[in-house]
Design a protein around this ligand. Structure first.
Ligand SMILES: Nc1ncnc2c1ncn2[C@@H]1O[C@H](COP(=O)(O)OP(=O)(O)OP(=O)(O)O)[C@@H](O)[C@H]1O
Length: 120
């Protein structure tokens, strides 16, 4: 990789980090998901998970945080494109929120399926 390409790669990385930082600062939902992630990782550590179970848990935590970031980005774009109330703006925001909810429910079910047999 040439010097130019490498610095562009690191700049993109920096922009992504800025996006994550802004989301954490401004969105309570993201902070809640981060807290939930810490609780799940600590529980997994105390409970003792297999390698495969950790892979699933990490995938679900990463997917959840990524989904929440995409949802936040969608909200920003909708607010920018449609500051006034519009039925399509509502649909876009509500569908993105629905996507987060679907993944959260699936993650919670999978999490319970992994943890509950180990606790009882
Ligand atoms: N521009 C818009 N046009 C129509 N409906 C909207 C618009 N913006 C938000 N809504 C709807 O209003 C409800 C609340 O939206 P949301 O949770 O995004 O809060 P908000 O009004 O944008 O405030 P905040 O920025 O504090 O989250 C949702 O059903 C959402 O779809």
């Amino acid at each position: 990789m040439t010097h130019m390409k490498l610095s562009r790669f690191f700049r993109s990385f920096q922009y992504a980090a800025q996006g994550i930082y802004a989301a954490i600062q401004k969105e309570q939902n993201i902070r809640f998901h981060l807290l939930a992630a810490v609780v799940v990782v600590l529980s997994g550590w105390l409970t003792g998970l297999s390698k495969t179970e950790w892979l699933i848990v990490i995938l679900l935590i990463g997917g959840m945080l990524a989904f929440e970031l995409v949802n936040t980005a969608m909200e920003r774009v909708v607010d920018l494109a449609s500051p006034e109330l519009h039925p399509l703006a509502k649909q876009a925001k509500d569908m993105a929120a629905g996507a987060v909810l679907v993944f959260a429910v699936a993650s919670a079910i999978i999490g319970l399926l992994i943890f509950i047999p180990k606790w009882f």
